[in-house]
Design a protein. Sequence first.
Length: 39
Amino acid sequence: CDKHPDSKMIGVTAIMRKMLLLIYSLWKSGEEYDETRDF
């Protein structure tokens, strides 16, 4: 039934890419917040 064995890997890589973009954007915003914060 599996005509495309790589379809699952493509879906996983797409999800990982979205997760990485989300983490990167959160990290960038957190970095900007840390820069303006007084210690």
